[in-house]
Design a protein around this ligand. Structure first.
Ligand code: PEP
Ligand code: MG
Length: 623
């Protein structure tokens, strides 16, 4: 692929001196928060707090017969809001005592307001007596209570008392907004108001929200929720700005005008940094920029081990904005195109023509390098409004979305959705080498059914006179469930290639939510059970001489490269920014030594011992 035009400089470089513009928050003391490192680099900037996106509610009436159902919707929103707040409350325990003392009473006040409170009684009355839809009832009741609180302000009152009343009124409005968000299932956010150079701070961020962020305007991101390899994390890596998730208490501690330092390499966030912290952060920004320059020099060097084994390093693509970075990274093609972005943040499901156009433009941009397009992987935390609006998926999530109708299961149940996407991919495949990848496979019947659909779509397109590649693109499968990994020998007879998705494989093997900050310590891709499944699937593919790659976040972690090479893997697909880091390790190692490392690792039963072996292998920290 040819050298693209130089992309705009990353925000954290542009912001080398932003704190000059925003004087350190002298009035408020420095506060540190520890979270999970998501995307490397250091960002310094003013906080843009997006914890409570505004949801516009138009006054809406219901029929008298619908009041019980409306009351039930309101109850469900209360339950969900309480769950969210209790979870937040529990997570505050990791904060220093003094921070807890500031934030906990606020959360407690919110919890009280959705108990047997005036707000809740008032909303029910408005639903039952005024026949208002639940969200309209919440907005009107919250506003009425907030207005009554503010009306208590009297001329002779002290500034402190006035501020107290205003704060109480704001709290009522804020809990109202939370209830409305939960009633309306939080429509997608609009970050248009985000000022250039700001750091987005939020309680939670959905993958679809992260997909809307513009790296040319944004300095960094920090949120209270989210795990290392959840889809929001994956999306933030794609956006490419320094990011930290799982920073408990942060969103509730920020105030307008605060300045924040986000260190996405260390996983820390500092609110109102002192002069000393700011100086160190600026130094880190410069060091990171230098490191990037060093990595850029690796672009043209081959990904070849010391003993001459050629390793394929491809890029994952979650958003088209990654294309210039993929070109610069030296990646050989796209090993995983997550097609979910095409369906997110829009009101309707994209039709065949517009999908064809999107895939074709990506395939063309890769100029002959292969592109592996994964069909839609809906489910888990990947909410897609257009699919619920079209009635393709239920509006109310399953009790256990991660174990529900995810990936291939939905596609096989909704043939029109699947066929449209396959037709678009096949039509785009005339523009360059393409492979088709099926998500969340658990058994051979799914692959057989998918292949039948695939061939039927190709026949129909040919009858329609569409130009398709003479030979149908290979049809491969994700190995991302323990069921698939343990059936790898049987699946290898059905599929044309494997792509091992270590994110879901780790989550499903260890029964740990990959996007959950509280469980981050339990989510461990180096757990021997996960490694055994990777090994089993890899060996099944190698026996059949079938292509096999790793495309989960493990593939982009240079620390794990020697181990994966030692297990026999020669193909990796990862976030573009990781390609040079992994290439550096590939070029430094020797396959025999990696094989010996893998043998020793696979004899271990303890993830801690494995981590020590892996870290000891290079004799220095990697990454
Ligand atoms: C995986 O599960 O490892 C994977 C690559 O798929 P996703 O992260 O999109 O679920
Ligand atoms: Mg997956």
């Amino acid at each position: 692929m040819s050298q693209p035009p130089t992309p705009p400089p990353p925000q954290h470089k542009r912001l080398a001196r932003p704190a000059d513009a925003v004087a350190p928050g002298a009035a408020r003391p420095e506060r540190s928060f520890t979270g999970i490192p998501i995307a490397p680099g250091v960002a310094i900037g003013p906080v843009f707090s997006a914890s409570e996106p505004k949801v516009e509610v138009t006054r809406h009436k219901i029929q008298a017969a619908d009041t019980p159902a409306e009351g039930a919707r309101f109850d469900a929103a209360i339950t969900q809001s309480r769950k969210q707040l209790l979870k937040l409350r529990a997570r505050l325990a990791i904060l220093p005592e003094e921070s807890q003392q500031e934030i906990a009473p606020l959360i407690d006040a919110y919890i009280r307001m959705i108990g047997p409170s005036r707000l809740v009684r008032g909303v029910r009355r408005r639903i039952d007596e005024t026949l208002l839809a639940a969200e309209s009832a919440v907005v009107e009741e919250a506003e009425a209570i907030a207005g009554a609180i503010q009306a208590q302000v009297e001329p002779g009152m002290s500034a402190e008392d006035r501020a107290g009343l205003t704060r109480r009124a704001d709290e009522v409005r804020e809990i109202g907004r939370r209830l409305v968000r939960n009633l309306t299932h939080a429509p997608f956010r609009n970050f248009a108001a985000l000022p250039a150079g700001a750091v987005l701070v939020s309680e939670s961020l959905r993958p679809a929200d992260a997909a809307l962020l513009d790296p040319a305007r944004l300095a960094g991101v920090a949120a209270e929720e989210g795990g290392a390899d959840g889809h929001t994390g994956v999306m933030l890596r794609a956006v490419g700005v320094p990011a930290v998730l799982g920073a408990a208490g942060l969103a509730h501690a920020v105030r307008p005008g605060d300045v924040v330092v986000v260190d996405g390499t260390a996983g820390t966030v500092v609110l109102n940094p002192s002069v000393i912290t700011l100086t160190a952060a600026r130094r880190a920004v410069t060091a990171f920029a230098r490191e990037r320059q060093r990595y850029a020099m690796l672009r043209r060097l081959p990904a070849e081990t010391q003993d001459g084994a050629e390793i394929e390093l491809a890029a994952n693509l979650e958003l088209p904005l990654e294309l210039p970075q993929i070109a610069q990274s030296g990646a050989h093609g796209i090993g995983l195109l997550r097609s979910e972005f095409l369906f997110m943040n829009r009101e309707t499901v994209p039709d065949e023509a517009s999908q064809t156009e999107s895939y074709r433009s990506i395939v063309e941009a890769m100029e002959g390098d292969p592109v592996t397009i994964r069909t839609l992987d809906w489910g888990g935390e990947k909410e897609i409004e257009a699919l619920s609006a079209a009635g393709i998926v239920p509006e109310v999530a399953d009790a256990n979305p991660a174990l529900g109708l995810r990936g291939i299961r939905l596609l096989l149940r909704r043939p029109e959705l699947f066929e449209t996407q396959l037709a678009a991919i096949l039509r785009a495949a005339v523009a360059g080498p393409v492979r088709v990848l099926l998500p969340m496979v658990t058994n051979v019947a799914e692959v057989r059914a998918a292949r039948e659909t695939y061939e039927r779509v190709a026949r129909r397109l040919r009858r329609r006179g569409e130009r398709l590649p003479e030979k149908l693109p290979p049809l491969g499968i994700m190995i991302e469930t323990p069921g698939a990994a343990l059936s790898a020998d049987a699946l290898a007879l059905e599929a044309d290639f494997f792509a091992i998705g270590t994110n879901d494989l780790t989550a499903y093997t260890l029964a740990v939510d990959r996007g959950e900050a509280d469980l981050a310590g339990l989510y461990d891709p180096m757990h021997p059970a996960v490694l055994r499944l990777v090994q089993f699937a890899t060996e099944a593919a190698l026996r059949m001489r079938m292509p096999v790659s790793v495309c989960g976040e493990m593939a982009g972690n240079p620390r794990l490269t020697p181990l994966l090479l030692g297990l026999g893997l020669r193909s990796f697909s990862m976030n573009a920014a990781s390609v040079p880091r992994v290439k550096q390790v590939v070029r430094a190692v020797d396959i025999d030594a990696c094989t010996r490392l893998a043998r020793r690792v696979m004899e271990q039963s303890d993830a801690v011992a494995i981590a020590e072996m892996v870290d000891g292998f290079m004799g220095r920290p990697v990454g």
